[in-house]
Structure formats: C-alpha cells, structure tokens
Design a protein around this ligand. Structure first.
Ligand SMILES: Nc1nc2c(c(=O)[nH]1)N[C@H]1C(S)=C(S)[C@@H](COP(=O)(O)O)O[C@H]1N2
Ligand SMILES: [Mo]
Length: 302
C-alpha cells in the first residue's frame, strides 16, 4: 500500500490552482470591504500579477542539494527531514540572542502573501505565492547592535536525514549571507508557506529565506541559525566556486555567468519549446532595490 508522505506531489491536487485563485479573489473582495473596518488581509504592493507557477512544479522541480542534485530528489527524499520540533538560534551582534522555538520566532510577525518572481542562476524562473513575514520584523525584535553589518544564515545539517550531504559538492552546512540593508529591505521575507499551505520540506520547511531580486541560491532553506556579524560572511556557492558565484548574486542580465549567458530565462510551465523571456535587471525589482547598490560596480561585485 502506498503511504502518503509530506512531499507527496498529489498534495498539488489538494489545493488546485483555480480553488486557490477563487479563494484569493474572495479574500481580496473581503479585504476591500474589511479595509473600511480596519481589518482583513490586503494584497501586498510587492506582489506581481503574473500567472502563478503550478504547485506541482514548485514542489517537484527543486534545488536542495542536501537531498541530492537531481531536480526530483528533494520531492522524493526531503520528507524524511524532521521539522517538528524546530528551533532557530539567533546570535552574534544582537541584544537578545538565544535559541528560539519556531513558534517564538513567528510570534507577532504579521504573515502576508507575497507573489514573487524567482530566478535561478541556472536560467529558469517561477512565480511563487509565498506566505511569510519581513525578516526586518524579526531582526528588529531581537535588537540589532550598531556594529552588525551583515546577516549570516545556516541550514540544518542532519546527515542521517540528508542523503545528499555525503557528497562533498558543497561545504556543509549550507550557509548564505546578506548585507544588513539587504536583510532589512521590505522585499526580504522569511517564508513559511506556499499557496496558503505550510511549506513542504523540499521548499525549505519550516522556515526559509526569500530574496526575490537575487539568484535562487541566496534563498536559503530550512534555517536553524541567523547570526548578526560585522564582516561579510562565507556563502556556500562562493566557497565552492568564487569565480562563478559572488557574494551579491543579484539577478543581472548584463553580467553573465562565466559558462553561460544570464540575458534570458525559461519560465517553468511555459513549455519546453516556448520562447525564453528576457531576464530583468534585479529580476524586475530594480525600482525597489537599485538604490542599495548605487555607485557599486556590479560586474565586480557580482
Ligand atoms: N539549504 C539549501 N538551500 C537552498 C539550496 C540548497 O541546495 N540547499 N538551493 C538553492 C537554490 S540553487 C535555489 S534555485 C532555491 C530553490 O528553491 P525551491 O526549490 O523552493 O524553488 O533554493 C536555494 N536554497
Ligand atoms: Mo538556483
């Protein structure tokens, strides 16, 4: 008999897209009414109205190298990762360091839907309806000290549940980092869900970073540690190949990866034979984030 798992792609059928969309339309309508009453969930001003990628693609075409390097590996294998209980250590240059239960991390952080374009360095893209909250809210709550200039993130490392970490393709645990102003930007969120459902393990349950103007690998999954630091922290892909992957990794159609162009992308769901789309500077979020990089040579700081 087939046992349903947490990563079962048939979960995609549980929330068919048209049901999700009509529910959203209802929420939007109710929101307009509720706005006058001062309640209701508003559509984020940061959301794109582009067609959403199917849940099935979002949950079966993944990069999560801790579970293998094939796109199908995370959906087949990440179900064995234990995500409850879950704790996040927040340390370094903060007023209230500690190891917090997930419920504590989420407490008081307003959850919102954010429909973001996501662009992988490999040249494919998706449009994902995240549920999450601004990282800035959490950082403010723990109290960032003036000496902090960067935020370092770390993924769970649990070899007995992660068959991919036996392969030294990356220096485990997976680590990432942002400059403090990037981390505090309102577009930067910690995601807890997709399509109004809790994150599946392959997408980085129970808590993952989402930085929509940067290549996908900056959006680190299954976070167990957030550290406020003074110096630029190491990042997994930069350690693996510094010539190909820089610290910033902003989506930039004018700065090619040394082995391929970044000028265009394949939107997942368009179909294999569909025309590639032009990649947009900062993945289309330039109006919001270009100011963070004023005066910087983005070919040098790639
Ligand atoms: N811990 C961890 N986080 C990770 C990765 C990974 O291998 N391990 N892959 C990154 C890459 S390359 C991409 S494109 C996105 C993919 O996120 P998704 O599978 O939810 O679409 O996750 C990023 N976060
Ligand atoms: Mo990626």
């Amino acid at each position: 008999m087939r046992r349903p798992s947490k990563t079962d792609p048939t979960r995609a059928e549980v929330t068919p897209r048209h049901l999700y969309l009509s529910r959203r339309a209802l929420i939007a309508g109710a929101g307009a009414l509720a706005a006058t009453a001062g309640a209701g969930r508003a559509e984020s001003r940061f959301s794109t109205d582009e067609p959403l990628t199917d849940l099935k693609d979002i949950t079966t075409y993944n990069n999560f190298y801790e579970f293998g390097m094939d796109k199908a590996d995370p959906s087949r294998r990440a179900g064995r990762m234990t995500i409850d209980p879950w704790a996040v250590t927040i340390d370094g240059l903060v007023d209230r360091p500690g190891t917090y239960d997930l419920a504590d991390v989420l407490k008081g952080q307003p959850q919102e839907e954010r429909i973001y374009r996501m662009r992988c360095v490999e040249g494919w893209s998706m449009v994902i309806p995240w549920t999450g909250f601004e990282l800035a809210g959490l950082l403010t709550r723990v109290g960032v000290q003036p000496a902090a200039k960067y935020v370092a993130f770390q993924t769970l490392l649990r070899p007995e549940e992660m068959p991919g970490v036996g392969i030294p393709v990356l220096d485990w645990p997976y680590v990432e980092g942002l400059r403090l102003d990037e981390a505090m930007h309102p577009l930067t969120i910690l995601a807890t869900g997709i399509y109004d459902e809790p994150l599946l393990n392959q997408n980085g349950a129970p808590l993952r970073l989402v930085v929509p103007w940067k290549y996908g690998f900056k959006s680190i999954k299954s976070i167990v540690r957030i550290s406020l630091v003074a110096d630029e922290p190491p990042t997994s892909w930069n350690i693996q190949n510094p010539r190909e992957y820089g610290f910033y990794s902003n989506v930039n159609p004018q700065v090619d990866h040394p082995r391929w162009s970044q000028a265009s992308e394949q939107r997942i769901g368009d179909g294999f034979f569909a025309k590639r789309r032009d990649t947009l500077m900062f993945n289309g979020y330039g109006e919001e984030v270009a100011g963070l990089y004023a005066g910087m040579d983005l070919a040098k700081f790639y």
